[in-house]
Every structure is written in C-alpha cells, then in structure tokens.
Write a protein that binds this ligand. Sequence first.
Ligand code: ZN
Length: 369
Amino acid sequence: MSAKTAFFFDERCLWHSAGQYALTLPVGGWVQPPAAGGLAESPETKRRLKNLMDISGLTSALEVRSAPLASDEQLLRVHSRAYLARFRELSDAGGGELGDHAPIGPGSYDIARLSAGLAIGAVSAVMNGEVDNAYALSRPPGHHCLPDQAMGFCFLANIAIAIEESRARFGLERVAVLDWDVHHGNGTQEIFYERDDVLTISLHQAGCFPPGYDGLEDRGRGAGEGYNLNNPLPPGAGDEAYRQAMADIALPALERFRPQLILVACGFDANAVDPLARMLLSSSAFSDMTRQVREAAERLCDGRLVMVHEGGYSEAYVPFCGHATIEALSGVTTEVADPLHDFIALQQPKGATAAFFERTIRDMARQTR
Ligand code: ZN
C-alpha cells in the first residue's frame, strides 16, 4: 500500500563545506591533501541519493518541499544562547573547529538552521495531516550534538529541535526516536535523559563513536529511568541481526511506550562498505527496518512517522540504501535494483558466527525489557 510521503530537501544543505580533510583527518603533518573535498561527511552521499531518486522516478511520486530556517525560539528550546552565539560567530568568521570532529565553514550556521528546519517541516506536515509520513534529507546531521557542544559532524540537534516543536505546537505528550545510525545517538540521549515523554532507542556498533561507548547500562535518570534504550551490536552483525534487534527489542519498546509520533534517526553508515564503521548491512536491511517501523507507526499512531537523515559515508552505496528506504516508506516501487546486493549477501554471518549474534541480541533483549 502506498502512503502520501513528503520529501524535505534543499540544495543549500549540500553547500555546507568545512575545508580540506581526508576522511576525518585535517590535512597537514602526515596527511596529504585529497584531490577534492575529502571530509567523510560530504554532500556527495546525499546528492547522489537525490539524483538516483530523480532518475528512477521516485522523486516525482513524492511531495517535495523545503522549509524555513529554524528560528531562535525553536533552537533555544534545545540549545543554549551562548552556544548558538559561538556557532554563529565562528561561521561568520569563515569557519573552523566548533567541537570534537565538528569542522564548519562560512555560512554553516544558517545551513545548519535550514537542516533543522527541514526536520521541523517534516514533523509539521505529518502532524497537520498534510501527508502520511515524511523523509527529511537534513544536512548537516544532528544526533551527536549536545545542547552546548558540537560533535561528530553535528552542530544542531535536528531531531530534538523537531520533537520540541511537536510538543510546543501540537501538544504531543509521547514521542519516540529510533536511531539506527551506526554511531550512538549520544546527543539525543543526553537531551532527553531525564524525561519520560520522549523514548530514545539507539541501535549502534559497540564502541564506535563516541569512541569506546556502548551504553547498555544507561537507561535514563529520574523520571527518564527506563526511557532510554541502548543496543550496542558487535561489529559485523549483518542484516539478520538488525532484523532480530528490531523485532525483539526496538518494536516491543515502541509498543510499550505507545508514542503519538515516531522519528527515525536514519543513518546509512551501518551499510557493508561504509568507511566509518564495520557493520554489514545491505539495502534490504534498511528497507525491511523501514517497513517494520512503518507498520508499528500504523498500529500505534495513525502512521505518523518522520525519518531524518543522519550519517552514511559510502558515496557509491548510500544512494541505494536510501532509495530502498524511501521506497519502503512511501510504498512506491521503481525499477532500481541494488547492484551490490548479492556481493553483500554472500558476506553475511553464518553458522557459529550467526549463532553468536543471535545469542547476544537475545541476552540484550532480556536485559532491556
Ligand atoms: Zn553515524
């Protein structure tokens, strides 16, 4: 069944540029300048996704929109005034390092406000009933950003800002975030850690980023106790492990919480050829997880589902993972076939390795109930 799906996109989000890097390394010392751009968080992964959608005909089946920049009022619900002033000042001065792994360039402040604005626009369109669900191709990403600290390519907490808008403008009392970016959603966790009105669930590669962090024991504090769920998965987990983690951990947690709106922090860096992580997902895993969460949203909250783009650094493969995801979200199918699908299928864990992942997730499901 197809849904009316909005796609929030703005070319200006792809114009955020942080100068010369090789992957995550600033050029200098032993690090040779790359031929072009070079920072892992580049416009190319996103632009190639959008281009593939245009070529396949998927874009024309969606309602494509942009949105206004997030306002000071909207930003101040999550971020401190001092942090926003520091961010704006560095951006106006031409850029530099705003935080840990968080370089910016000229104009990045307004581009980040636009990125948050796309997430707000997506939530508003769904809450107003203008569309059934929505995808926001937000860039820069947001899930590592803390209230007063940029981190991991993230400068504004896009999803947290959109959640606060859904509460302030639409009076929502229970919102859930499912974060399947391969890195831990530490910013979202910290912002809502002591609250019971926002359920945060993160599936991530154990110890990857923030470096060394797993978070299995971190379940929230005070009123928020039990409303934060971390699922650190060992490297190499693969498609079946993610399906199992969704079915045994994430979906039951959503059912218990009964959210009025579900957001997905939709990173594609758990893909099998990503340079910044070591998971083994194919595009099928992303479309299956999207179907699973879409069905949960239809059961729990009239289908109200908003997916917001986070990481994903393989220029060749992110487009196919994103395309499969947005097909599953909208129910629209095209003729696009994933050219790496069989190659990745042959590398999935088997035998004793597969049994190890199954046991690990079963134990985790017991601990997080
Ligand atoms: Zn990531």
